[in-house]
Design a protein around this ligand. Structure first.
Ligand SMILES: [Zn+2]
Length: 208
């Protein structure tokens, strides 16, 4: 159901979620050719790009992929990331992560259900903190939660970047804790984990 392709210098985890021949691409931060090779090798029909937030290492390859697959929809994050998206080019220059060009996403709202993959509705949670418009994607039927940079295994990701909000982050983590313990967490950076394990091992989640 999910494949991980680490992309960019920052090794951001781009994910390809697939059911039968349908696929969605989550957070294509860079290396569009690598992502396209994976789609073509398995003959996937890409339905959409989903973004957890608008930092460049998560969205740098969007424009290039849309050029390759003109029918691709670009969905998310929540619209409070509009400023972050405007800054993505500049952020890319600072972090040496190429930004392949501007694009206009369809912003998503908390509670929206996306029907892009057969039998696997994708639920949108607005989870600000890491950035204002950050979202998580929950796929109940697969027990998966794509959390972007809300947290990582055993900790949280960057701290003092523009848009960071400690209070909002803690509220989002508290909300995450209400999901089943056997939910697999797919992070924007580093190895995967499970919510139950993180509740024990992750001191930030413990405080929330
Ligand atoms: Zn980020």
């Amino acid at each position: 159901m999910h494949t991980t392709l680490p992309v960019t210098r920052l090794q951001q985890n781009c994910r390809i979620l697939s059911v039968a021949d349908k696929a969605v691409i989550v957070d294509p931060g860079g290396d569009a050719a690598k992502i396209a090779a994976e789609l073509e090798f398995f003959a996937f029909k890409p339905q959409a790009i989903l973004l957890t937030h608008a930092h460049v290492d998560h969205c740098g390859a969007v424009a290039e992929l849309v050029q390759r697959y003109p029918k691709l929809k670009v969905l998310g994050p929540q619209q409070d990331d509009a400023i972050a998206l405007e800054m993505a080019q500049l952020q890319g220059e600072c972090f040496q992560v190429p930004f392949s060009g501007p694009f206009t996403p369809q912003w998503l709202n908390n509670g929206e259900i996306l029907r892009l993959l057969p039998d696997h509705p994708i639920e949108v949670l607005h989870t600000p903190g890491h950035s204002k418009g950050s979202v998580c994607y929950y796929i109940r039927n697969a027990g998966l939660m794509l959390v972007g940079d809300l947290l990582v295994q055993g900790g949280i990701w960057a701290r003092k970047q523009p848009g960071f909000d400690r209070k909002a982050l803690m509220a989002s983590l508290a909300r995450l804790k209400t999901y089943p313990d056997d939910t697999q967490l797919l992070f924007g950076h580093g190895p995967n984990s499970f919510l139950g394990k993180e509740k024990q091992d992750n001191p930030y989640l413990a405080q929330a």
